[in-house]
Ligand binder design. Structure first.
Ligand code: XIL
Length: 451
């Protein structure tokens, strides 16, 4: 019942969507200095993964709306989120993202219909014939609800095993339905929304290797037999163990040569500074060198909400400031924005004050330790800062220097004593002595705020 109503509502807003898209196009003609508009100038989209629960955060929404032309719900369209029990579809969070995107003239990537992970246990426990029906019902339920509103769907995600074998991954679908489940999912998907591009998506398939060879063989087979497939997604989660492959472009190109589009679907690269920027440049240049690489999506807006936040893998830092990687991507996209210009959003001179706080233990003895928090101003000068330090319950602070603390339970809020004024990028620190009282755990340092 609620699904039927929502379906009608979504279809009825289609006129509005078209109008919003026109506004966005007009915008990009004026200023090619954002990721989305620069990529559009190259005939590509530039998107990001989005989480519905952050849309209410002003800086998150502002950065998203300003920079990106496409969104992928990070978790909200997965099976556990959309069909938690059989036949009961829940679209609330995904609808919020789609509505937001449409109000901003952004496209939406659908992620993902058939995947072994984030799969409710009711699905895994079905027998083969029920599972086949449930899989097709799920595809029809989601694609029907969003019919005409999704530019590309990840129909099947991560169906091949990692490592050297090129075999299929064991999953309820693979184990009970056999190799044919992927083909069946794509056929069902084509009928459900003929306008959507249908993608196979996977990771560690970014270079030429046994796993990407196996996907390649499948796509070649699908094309030769007329199984509907339009696109292959390359997740592109990179770090020092899994760096950007040197044959990335060649790999994208060989898939494109099979007659499918290729998309970079979940890009993130752990690291920082110029090394991270150089890796991002490689990825963007590879996509631009392949005419059928139709777009790129980074896996999140800001480092602070990344699924790999410890690796700071994205283009905006935790304070929504543009990182060197941002400038590198914008310039690789041929953006006419002048990275580093006063007044550019996120660049020095845009009036956004920020700071970071990092903790180190500077001395340690059996009953206590000294801690130090270093405060570093962002790319603007600041005149004051505030940082919080939360101590493990047993511990207590006996003295603190170069800062002014106020205490509430085990949380200390520390403000400057003499050292509030910092030039852009400059640092100061405060220190404190802690009585362990039996706990050797480290305190937690919260977000730094600047004024
Ligand atoms: C990740 C999300 O980013 C996390 O928030 C979630 O906890 C787990 O899934 N491959 C995919 C994505 O296809 O759906 C995954 O997203 C990351 C790896």
């Amino acid at each position: 019942m609620s699904m039927t109503v929502r379906r009608l509502t979504r279809a009825a807003t289609a006129g509005l969507v078209a109008a919003a898209a026109l506004t966005a196009a007009a915008h990009s003609a004026e200023a090619a200095d954002t990721l989305g508009s620069a990529a559009a100038g190259q005939g590509r989209y530039f998107g990001t993964a989005v989480a519905a629960n952050h849309l209410g955060e002003a800086d998150y929404a502002a950065t998203l709306d300003r920079e990106f032309g496409s969104v992928t719900p990070e978790n909200e369209m997965k099976w556990d989120a959309t069909e938690p029990s059989r036949g009961t579809f829940t679209f609330g969070s995904a609808d919020r993202i789609v509505d937001h995107a449409q109000s901003q003239g952004m496209d939406v990537r659908g992620h993902t219909l058939v995947w072994h992970s984030q799969l409710p246990s009711w699905v895994s426990s079905l027998g083969a014939s029920d599972l086949r029906t449930a899989m097709n019902d799920h595809i029809n339920g989601l694609m029907g609800h969003y019919k005409g509103e999704i530019h590309s769907w990840d129909v099947v995600n991560e169906a091949f095993q990692d490592g050297g074998s090129g075999a299929r991954r064991s999953s309820p679908f693979q184990d009970k339905l056999g190799n044919g489940f992927i083909e069946e999912a794509f056929r069902t998907a084509r009928a459900a929304d003929p306008a959507a591009k249908l993608c196979y998506n996977d990771y560690n398939t970014d270079g030429v290797n046994a796993k990407s060879n196996a996907v390649y063989d499948m796509v070649e087979d699908f094309k030769s037999r007329g199984v509907p497939i339009d696109c292959v997604g390359f997740q592109s989660h990179f770090n020092s163990n899994s760096p950007v492959p040197s044959d990335y472009r060649q790999n994208l190109q060989r898939f494109a040569d099979l007659g499918v589009d290729v998309q970079i679907t979940e890009l993130d690269i752990e690291g920082s500074g110029s090394a991270q920027a150089a890796d991002y440049t490689k990825v963007v240049e590879a996509c631009l060198a392949v005419s059928r690489c139709t777009g790129m999506t980074v896996w999140g807006v800001t480092d602070k909400y990344s699924w790999r936040s410890g690796g700071t893998p994205l283009l905006f830092d935790g304070n929504y400031q543009e990182k060197p990687a941002y400038d590198a991507v914008l310039s690789a996209l041929g953006g006419s924005g002048d990275p580093g210009d006063p007044g550019d959003p996120g660049d020095p001179g845009d009036g956004t004050l920020s700071c970071t706080a990092t903790y180190t233990r500077t001395a340690d003895w059996s009953s206590g330790y000294n801690g130090q928090v270093t405060i570093t101003a962002g790319d603007e000068p600041i005149s004051s800062w505030t940082a919080t330090v939360t101590l493990p319950a047993q511990q207590s602070v006996s003295s603190l220097w170069n800062g002014t603390p106020t205490r509430s339970g085990n949380v200390m809020t520390v403000r400057p004593s003499w050292n509030g004024t910092l030039a852009a990028g400059a640092s100061t620190s405060f220190g404190f002595t802690v009585a362990k009282n039996g706990s050797d755990a480290a305190p937690a340092v919260g977000t730094c705020t600047a004024s």
